[in-house]
Ligand binder design. Sequence first.
Ligand SMILES: Cc1cc2nc3c(=O)[nH]c(=O)nc-3n(C[C@H](O)[C@H](O)[C@H](O)COP(=O)(O)OP(=O)(O)OC[C@H]3O[C@@H](n4cnc5c(N)ncnc54)[C@H](O)[C@@H]3O)c2cc1C
Length: 198
Amino acid sequence: MRSVGATGRRSELSALGIGAVGLDESTESIPVDKRMRAADGVWAIGDVTGAGGFTHVSRYQARIAAADILGAGSEVAQYRAVPQVTFADPEVGAVGMTEARARAAGLSVRTGCTEVPASVRGWIHKVGNAGFIELIEDADRGVLVGACSVGPQGGEVLGALAVAVHAEVPTAVLRQIILAYPAFHRAIESALESLASG
Ligand SMILES: Cc1cc2nc3c(=O)[nH]c(=O)nc-3n(C[C@H](O)[C@H](O)[C@H](O)COP(=O)(O)OP(=O)(O)OC[C@H]3O[C@@H](n4cnc5c(N)ncnc54)[C@H](O)[C@@H]3O)c2cc1C
């Protein structure tokens, strides 16, 4: 991985010598199938695959590749719920599709949003409670396809939303979940309510 400063990073495939195994060094990333196979007997994982420059993506792909190499797994990679968190103050987390991407994909999109200061925990937190939870629903299927969580512990709140997006939990079921009072993640309930009315 070659750093190109604060504006981004990119892989330098020629430095890896992948041409020696018959792979194209002139591309920006190594194309892999859903089991991380790049060529016969060659697997690639991590940033070089261009699937998302995150440690958790690398580890996810590594598990799938290792199982495939050992002939011990049938899991294939799915990227519909890749989470990303910027550990700033406030924490900024997102998972799945943005609203723009969902609309571009032709989905029937409904969004919901709630402000963290309007939640009980946000009120308790007082100074530094700025933030929001945004939900992006595929209204036809009634499942979340994306979410955003900004605020104190925004990355932790994102965990529940990542489960919802990955497992395609119906929003009707999400509305029935008991969320601990007064945790930050309780604001998901309000975001779901605004989805219903949005
Ligand atoms: C400043 C910074 C902060 C980040 N923060 C986060 C974060 O908070 N959360 C998150 O999920 N991700 C974060 N990332 C991204 C994360 O580090 C990468 O997505 C992850 O490390 C990718 O794993 P990888 O195995 O693909 O590559 P790497 O971790 O880069 O590992 C590649 C390894 O290959 C070695 N190597 C390279 N070329 C050769 C060669 N020719 N021969 C032999 N060895 C070679 C390198 O030395 C390195 O050890 C951050 C990245 C940066 C730069």
